[in-house]
Write a protein that binds this ligand. Structure first.
Ligand code: ZN
Ligand code: ZN
Ligand code: ZN
Length: 360
């Protein structure tokens, strides 16, 4: 991290809540109003500022950081300020509460503030072999739930989206995840809303059910890696227009996975599928980017989106999840997690990609 700080001429890095701090020092700040902050000067000792009552949670890492606990009546921002010294460029964790940043800006006039992701993201987005295996294990666990869904082992008709969502969450945990990050269940016209929140709507025969699920699974070192998969099932024979659209989506998604090779600019992967979907007449119905990076966070760099000219490197892990959405009618999405590897795209998601047609 210090090498990248030097390259980018960042004098001090400040990390707080979010995925950066645990990735680099093994401790995750509680997302609470009291300040936790890792202060990393480029050429000095790192300090982990923590509320005194949370200090017992910290596993000490001599040589990595020194713990500085602050009491209830102390000013943690002043403490952070004292360790920043005469820095002229300070990078702040992207998820740090805005209130703390506002206070720091006041105390450090003339200092240039940047996003810490400029330093952390090049490091976090490229996964080493062990991280890829952790992602593979999480993907396999999510796959097992998706296989159950597709084979009709999960009751759908007559239940509410919320009930099915809760069951998918329980199954993610039973398959080895420690945390459920989301379990989108969207039936019929609700599937046209990509981030639909599962609700009290009862699932009926003759409908599409879109399920997008993911969780966090701890590896042997206690570091959590995320899964994310989307599959659609149809309850009874699907209408012709839906089948036609699904075929387009299926081909586009497969072409995008194939295009996710080392050296390929992220935006090209997006274009490959978007072009096919547009050519089939659904251009206006694919309303989001193709995908997001995935690792210790469910959504991180690199983003597979128009405008991202970054080239895929070995170890980049990301979703490929195009969708076609017809407001008021139905929606379709198909999502895999793929790693760019020297010998071609490594698709961690193995569940059958066809539309599952279940008895209704
Ligand atoms: Zn999403
Ligand atoms: Zn997803
Ligand atoms: Zn996703």
């Amino acid at each position: 991290m210090r090498a990248v700080m030097a390259e980018q001429q960042v004098d001090v890095l400040l990390l707080s809540v979010g995925a950066d701090m645990p990735y680099f020092c093994g401790y995750e700040a509680m997302a609470l109003p009291r300040l936790t902050m890792l202060v990393v000067p480029r050429d000095g000792d790192a300090r982990l500022i923590v509320p005194r009552l949370e200090a017992p949670r910290v596993e000490e890492r001599p040589g990595v950081f020194t713990v500085v606990a602050w009491g209830e009546t102390e000013d943690p921002i002043a403490l952070a300020r004292s360790f920043i010294g005469s820095a002229s460029v300070v990078a702040v964790g992207d998820r740090t509460w805005a209130g703390f940043l506002v206070d720091l800006v006041k105390l450090l006039p003339g200092v240039e503030f940047r996003r810490a992701s400029e330093v952390t993201s090049p490091l976090r987005s490229v996964k080493d072999a062990a991280e890829v295996e952790s992602l593979r294990a999480a993907a396999a666990a999510a796959d097992r739930v998706a296989v159950d869904l597709r084979s009709g082992n999960i009751e759908l008709v007559g239940r509410t989206e919320a009930e099915v969502s809760a069951e998918l969450g329980r199954r993610l945990l039973a398959e080895g995840h420690q945390r459920v990050n989301f379990a989108i269940v969207a039936a019929g016209e609700n599937a046209a809303s990509p981030h639909h929140e599962a609700g009290e709507r009862v699932i009926k025969p003759g409908e599409i059910v879109l399920c997008d699920i993911g969780g966090t699974m701890m590896d042997a070192n206690g570091v959590g890696y995320c899964s994310d998969i989307t599959r659609c099932v149809h309850l009874g024979e699907p209408p012709a227009d839906l089948v036609e659209a699904y075929d387009v989506l299926f081909e586009a998604q497969a072409a995008q996975v194939e295009a996710a090779v080392v050296g390929q600019p992220c935006q090209e992967v997006d274009r490959v599928g978007r072009g096919m979907i547009a050519e089939a007449g659904y251009g206006d119905n694919f309303i989001h980017r193709t995908g997001h990076g995935i690792g210790t966070e469910a959504h991180e760099d690199p983003y597979i989106v128009e405008g991202n000219t970054q080239e895929l490197r070995p170890g980049h892990a990301f979703s490929i999840e195009p969708g076609i959405y017809l407001p008021g009618k139905w929606g379709l999405r198909l999502e895999d997690i793929v790693v760019a590897a020297p010998d071609g795209p490594d698709n961690l998601t193995t569940t059958d990609h066809h539309l599952a047609v279940l008895d209704a």
